[in-house]
Each structure stands twice: as C-alpha cells, then as structure tokens.
Design a binder for this molecule. Structure first.
Ligand SMILES: *Cc1c(COP(=O)(O)O)cnc(C)c1O
Length: 392
C-alpha cells in the first residue's frame, strides 16, 4: 500500500524526515549485495568496501572544511550528540576535574536528555543559558558563563521546533578563546545551511542523514582532531576507536552523496524556500486572528514556519490537517493521551495553554506554490473547527 492516503496528500513535515533521493539510492544499491565486503577485511572485497567508506569520509570532510579523519560515522544524529557530549564530558572530568555543562533550554531531546542524564547520574552541574523570546542565545551570555571547569558547552545550531538559527561562529569563538570544548547539534541546520567547522569554530558537530534526503539509521560526528573525547561504544578499532562496530557501508555511501548534494545546492534552494516560507508566515498572521509566529522572524531556517494559535489543541489541528490532505507537525512531545506543552515553547515564554496550540510547517524540495496556496486556503477553516473542538 502506498503511504499516501489520498492522491493529493501533501507532506509538509520535512523537519521530521525527508525522502531519500533517487540518485542517493542508486549510489547505495551496489553496496548491499554486490560489494558486500567488510571494510576491516584485508582481501579485495574488504578493500572495495573500505575505499567506499573512505571516499565518503573525504567527501563529507571537503564540504565541512575538515580533515577526513575528523569525521566519525555513527548510527544517527542522536548517537552523534551522545558520543560528543558523553565522550567530552567524561574525559574532561577525568583529566581536568571539569564538571560544569553549559547548554540551552531549547535543545532537541537528543542533547537535553543526554546532559540531564550526565547531571543526574554522574553528578555534572548543568547550567542553562538564557534565550530570548525567539529562542536565540546571546554570545555574551556564553562569555559570562563559561568557566575553567566547563566540561562542554552545547548550543543547537538551528532549532527543529521553531527554526531559529543561533550565532554559532561567535559562540564557537568564545569557547575556543576560553579553551572550552564546543558542541553544536547541526542535525536540522545541515539540511539547509552551508556547514563549515573552521568558519564556525566548532569542536563537535552532530548530523543525521535522514534530515537531508539521505537514509535513516546513519549519521556522523565531526570531532576536531585535538578535541577531547572518549568512546562510549567499545569493541573493534573502527572510527579512531570512537565507534566500534562494522561499518554500514551502503548507508555511509548514501549519506555522503546526500550531504554533498544538499550542501552544494543549499544556498540556491534557500531562495525558493524563503519566498514560500514568508508567504505562509505573512498570510497566516494576517488572516488568522489569535495566531503568533514562534521563533525568529528572519534568522530562521529557510524552509521552516512555526506558529501557535490561541484556543487550539495542536494535536486536533494535526488530525484535521491530515484528513484535509496535509502532513504537518506540532511542538507537542506527546502523540496521544494528555499532551504536554513543548519545553522549547515554554522556554521562549509562552503559556502552557498557548504552547499546546502549536503548528510546524516545514517545506521540502518538492513543495510547490500550488500546494502552499491550497494549504493556506484550507487552514483558516480548520483552525475554526479546532477551536470549536477545544471548547467542547
Ligand atoms: C532529528 C533531530 C535529531 C535526531 O536525529 P536522528 O538522526 O533522528 O537521531 C537531533 N537534533 C535535531 C535538532 C533534530 O532535528
């Protein structure tokens, strides 16, 4: 059965995941059954697989402006975040007695649950940077709060829920000057913004392939050569000993191709995205009473529009939208049952009631002007309907 429920069903949830590009699938296919070697084997089959893995690593490194061996392959963006945060925090505690972790209240769970675990289980001291009403971090606050015993600072590159882009290069520069390791979750950003670890003074950059038209189940961590880190998955000596386990060759090949394609084209594609995005934002704010933009009005991901609506339950709205032929998302953490307001929306100062009325619309390569026109035509009626449902 095809995934789409009806011929006109439109996917507007590209921040959740993206389809794999046809070109990318074609690149991956030979590495399942034809060139199935283990890259760690000495013989010819192993050499072919190893060459594919190392070419992929070099391809990603060229884009990032890094050395190939600074790219560590992992199983997903979440794993990359975990490796950096656990790996840096633990080794810095052992080597320097550092036990302070500086992060933000607007991180993805991949970061937030990990640092909370480090605090609760291992006694790290967790400090949250303030964010403004757009969810943005002020570099001067980082300057004020980093300490000699900061084990790691982590600031999300671009927010998945509200789209806001942080001043990563400036924050990175402050951390570099103060000799504090700096991690950024680039999972959402890498699909739309040109990544460069030198320009941005990044020590650890986490990415996951399925957000940029690559396959699910694969990611990478850029880890600067001199940045402190230790493995938390032990075993073989793959990936500088930082991530043991036989390489998933086809997925790595697919990720490298998808990353290359995305990164070389992102600036050009941004123009189209921004024009559609700004149409959505303008039309909704003008035509739907009680609607508010969440996240920054301009310093936001090109494909990302996010809102809260007064008197609406976000989950009701998502179901109505789905039935009307549009797949969107909310900021709500729960899919069913009693929904909890998003911590990110609370952190930017919204009331719990308002935070429950959130809607996220994220565009992709195949999104058309016509689709958005129809979406904007049906949305006001659905909001009206959702408001009636909330009052029952
Ligand atoms: C999707 C996402 C993740 C998790 O990445 P996976 O590859 O799905 O594990 C982490 N951070 C952000 C900002 C994301 O958008």
């Amino acid at each position: 059965m095809a995934m789409t429920k009806q011929a006109v069903w439109v996917y507007l949830d590209h921040a959740a995941t993206t389809p794999v590009d046809g070109d990318v699938v074609a690149r991956m296919l030979p590495y399942f059954s034809e060139n199935y070697g283990n890259p760690s084997s000495i013989h010819q089959a192993g050499q072919i697989a190893e060459a594919a893995v190392e070419e992929s690593r070099a391809k990603i490194a060229r884009i990032l402006d890094s050395e190939p061996d600074e790219v560590i392959f992992t199983g997903c963006g979440t794993e990359s975040d975990n490796l950096a945060l656990n790996g840096a925090a633990q080794i810095n505690r052992i080597k320097k007695g550092a036990r302070h972790i500086l992060t933000t209240p607007v991180e993805h769970h991949a970061v937030f649950a990990t640092v909370r675990h480090l605090a609760e289980r291992y006694g790290f001291e967790l400090e949250l940077l303030p964010v403004d009403r757009f969810g943005m971090v002020d570099p001067q606050e980082v300057e004020k709060r980093v300490r000699a015993d900061t084990a790691i600072t982590s600031v999300i590159y671009a927010n998945n829920e509200i789209g806001t882009i942080n001043p990563i290069a400036e924050i990175g520069q402050i951390c570099r000057e103060r000799e504090v390791p700096f991690h950024t979750d680039g999972v959402q950003a890498a699909a739309y913004l040109r990544m460069n670890v030198i320009r941005d003074n990044i020590d650890y950059l986490a990415c996951g392939a399925h957000k940029f038209y690559g396959p699910k189940g694969v990611g990478f961590l850029y880890c600067r050569k001199d940045a402190p880190i230790e493995a938390y998955q032990t075993g073989g000596s793959q990936e500088r000993g930082l991530r043991a386990g036989t390489h998933n060759v086809p997925l790595i090949v697919g990720m490298a191709e998808a990353f290359y394609q995305t990164q070389v084209k992102c600036q050009k594609r941004a123009e189209t995205y921004i024009s559609l995005r700004d149409t959505i934002i303008k039309t909704i704010l003008e035509n739907i009473p009680g609607s508010h933009l969440t996240g920054h009005p301009s310093q936001r991901l090109p494909n990302h529009a996010s809102f809260v609506f007064e008197g609406v339950n976000g989950n009701d709205l998502l179901i109505l939208l789905d039935q009307a032929g549009f797949g969107c998302s909310s900021g709500s953490a729960c899919k069913s049952g009693s929904p909890k307001p998003s911590e990110v929306l609370l952190a930017i100062g919204l009331s719990p009631e308002l935070a429950l009325g959130s809607l996220r619309v994220t565009l992709g390569r195949n999104t058309t002007q016509d689709q958005i026109t129809t979406f904007l035509e049906v949305l006001p009626g659905l909001i009206h309907h959702a408001r009636k449902m909330a009052h029952r």
